[in-house]
Design a protein around this ligand. Structure first.
Ligand code: THR
Length: 646
């Protein structure tokens, strides 16, 4: 019998008889390895563990504890799911099925109706039965012609057969009565697929194109260990509970409707209230810290963006210019810096005025790809808590510290602690994205790094994340879905002052070039409020809550006037309070106030009315307590003044 030669990752070479399987090879090394082995990788190509091999090469034994090993399990589970679906629904058609680090999915088309979430438990049960019976998964290689016959009537599968055929051969797997197209390496039996979960269903276009039919995608996941599955399901549940789009809808905070403009947010009164509180807070904080607030237009002559370099380096993120027909081209601004530069340039500036800090809640438009848009997190119109400091070169260190200090104060008030620093540099090879000026980049990057090192702060470094005009210190945080997002940024810029020929008159009476620092403390209102919604799961601390107090009279007839009277007093204090005068059962009204995550619910009946008191129930607390109305006003005022610090 011919011999095949295999080279192992440690460089060892061993010969085996032709027809040997990865399983045999693993066994020849050790029983413990064979127990963990789930597939082979020959010359980097995955193969089924029981596939008789007819050529040698570099071999790797894929084990359960590796990412590839997990993929094999999930691919097997997807094949079982298809078998279960074929069993449950005659004439079902299948689009793609795929497994990855996030789980696996199968695309389906039942035609008249679609698979619904209600049907998932039944499908799970069918799969569990296959696992319990240790159903065998038998590999069958069909000619392309036979394969097309096998999938006759299913246009999606036919297309996949054509795509997957190699040397006129296509791999299928027989699972009970179901003979289905193989789309990846699987295990030889159902036995190991014990820990899986069908998670959800959602529409997905065939081949991802919106001009194609919409299929129904079944999302699922699988693990080798029960504990891993449980942890993953729990984490998904938590992420769902935190998802700002879901909460935004439930609490009527905002909406985005692609029919009236993808990525353009509509702030409902509740969301607008939260935003207004944040905006007032941040403006007041900046005014108290030496910033001057301005208001500048969202439209600007395109020439300004040609001067700034946006047109050359940032055009892909910009909306197309508006040709006004009279030679003028207007541009929706993608950043506020050129606008603040105009404010600086409007007067002659003296060294005595520096640093000049110009701030604005600046509305900008960036043309994000439609696939990247997501609720408030990724939008096309956004309002940045922006600021630009114009300063002398020897003031950089001090200003940097001041901004960091201010940022820390703001974070404390919003109770933000889960973040890390990232120093973002240019990619020197990418001259399309970045100004090409080595000396300037080296200077600004090393100054920023030096400032961080002097402060003894820890950071990671990232090449290719800088702004096109300069390096940044970014503060990175995470969304509920686990994506990293920039929350704050401090940027050092020698380029724009040069491009716009900015100066100030120095002590020597001569003109000098200022430096610019761009900074955003709480990023855009959109991103920041999405972040807050997720952090608080919609249960905002009192100072941010859209409704702070809900007053529920036991009987509107008897206690309505008292309820209105105390409500008026609270509203006069600036508290967002209202009386729930709906003719519903009290229990329902209390529950409703809790569902809307209102921090304080006050119930008022005879006792309260007669003693000028209130029965206070705090959000998420089970018990209520009786307090005089005066005590209550002190408590809530204290809560508001204390921001989020509990
Ligand atoms: N121009 C900067 C930006 O958009 C801000 O000034 C922070 O990132």
């Amino acid at each position: 019998m011919a011999k095949l030669s295999f080279e192992f990752p440690d460089g060892n070479v061993k010969d085996f008889d032709e027809g040997v399987t990865t399983e045999d090879i693993a066994k020849s090394i050790s029983i413990s390895l064979a127990k963990k082995a789930v597939a082979g990788k020959i010359d980097d190509k995955m193969v089924d563990i029981d596939l008789p091999l007819n050529s040698g090469g570099k071999i790797e034994i894929v084990t359960k504890d590796s990412d590839d090993g997990l993929k094999v399990l999930r691919q097997t589970a997807s094949q079982l799911l298809k078998a279960a679906l074929a069993d449950q629904f005659t004439n079902i058609q299948f689009g793609e099925s795929t497994s990855d680090e996030d789980g696996f999915f199968v695309d389906t088309d039942k035609r008249e109706t679609q698979v619904s979430a209600d049907e998932l438990p039944q499908l799970e049960e069918r799969m569990h039965k296959m696992v319990k019976n240790n159903v065998q998964i038998e590999r069958k290689v069909l000619s392309k012609e036979d394969a097309l016959k096998q999938v006759d009537g299913d246009p999606y599968q036919a297309k996949l057969v054509n795509k997957l055929a190699m040397n006129d051969q296509v791999v299928f797997y027989q699972i009970g009565d179901y003979l289905g197209l193989g789309e990846g390496v699987v295990l030889p039996s159902a036995k190991q697929v014990k820990e899986f979960k069908l998670l959800s269903v959602a529409g997905a276009y065939w081949e991802g194109k919106s001009s194609n039919p919409m299929l129904q995608r079944i999302f699922a996941t699988a693990f080798y260990k029960k504990a891993d599955l449980e942890a993953d399901v729990k984490q998904r549940q938590e992420a769902k509970e935190r998802d700002h789009r879901v909460i935004g809808n439930k609490l009527d905070l905002f909406f985005v409707d692609p029919k009236v403009g993808a990525g353009l947010a509509y702030w409902m009164p509740n969301g607008a209230t939260v935003r207004r509180v944040v905006e007032r807070y941040i403006v007041d904080k900046e005014l108290a810290n030496g910033y001057e607030h301005v208001i500048t237009p969202v439209l600007m002559n395109l020439n300004a963006y040609k001067t700034s370099g946006h047109w050359a380096h940032y055009r892909d993120d910009m909306f197309p210019p508006m040709d006004m027909g009279d030679g003028e081209e207007l541009e929706l601004r993608p950043m506020n810096c050129p606008s603040h530069i105009q404010i600086y340039k409007h007067h002659i500036r003296s060294y005595r005025e520096l640093p000049i800090r110009i701030a604005e809640l600046g509305m900008m438009h960036r043309y994000e790809k439609s696939g990247a848009l997501s609720g408030l997190q990724r939008v096309r119109e956004m309002t940045l808590n922006d600021g630009h400091t114009f300063l002398a070169i020897d003031q950089i260190q001090d200003e940097f510290k001041k901004i960091l200090h201010l940022m820390t104060e703001v974070y404390k008030d919003f109770d933000i602690s889960n973040y890390h620093f990232r120093l973002s540099y240019r990619d020197p090879k990418n001259t399309e994205k970045y100004f090409d000026d080595d000396e300037m980049w080296n200077k600004s990057q090393s100054m920023l790094k030096g400032a961080m090192d002097d402060l003894g702060l820890e950071y990671v470094e990232a090449e290719g994340e800088a702004a096109f005009y300069g390096p940044k210190l970014d503060v990175q945080t995470y969304t509920a879905m686990g994506n990293e997002e920039t929350l704050s940024t401090i940027q050092l810029d020698f380029m724009l002052p040069e491009r716009f020929d900015l100066h100030y008159v120095g002590e020597d009476g001569k003109e000098h070039r200022p430096v610019m620092m761009h900074r955003g403390l709480v990023s855009t209102m959109e991103r920041f409020i999405a972040y807050l919604i997720e952090v608080y799961k919609g249960a905002f601390p009192t100072w941010l809550a859209p409704h702070q107090v809900k007053i529920i009279p036991v009987s509107m007839n008897k206690h309505g006037d008292y309820a209105k009277q105390i409500n008026e007093k609270l509203v006069k204090m600036g508290i967002r309070s209202s009386v729930d005068d709906r003719n519903e059962k009290m229990g329902y009204l209390i529950r409703d106030a809790q569902t809307n995550k209102i921090p304080y619910t006050l119930v008022v009946g005879d006792n309260e009315m007669n003693s000028n008191s209130v029965s206070v129930r705090k959000y998420s607390e089970k018990d209520s307590k009786d307090e005089s109305f005066d005590e209550f006003t002190k408590e809530i005022q204290n809560d508001i003044d204390n921001y989020s610090r509990g």
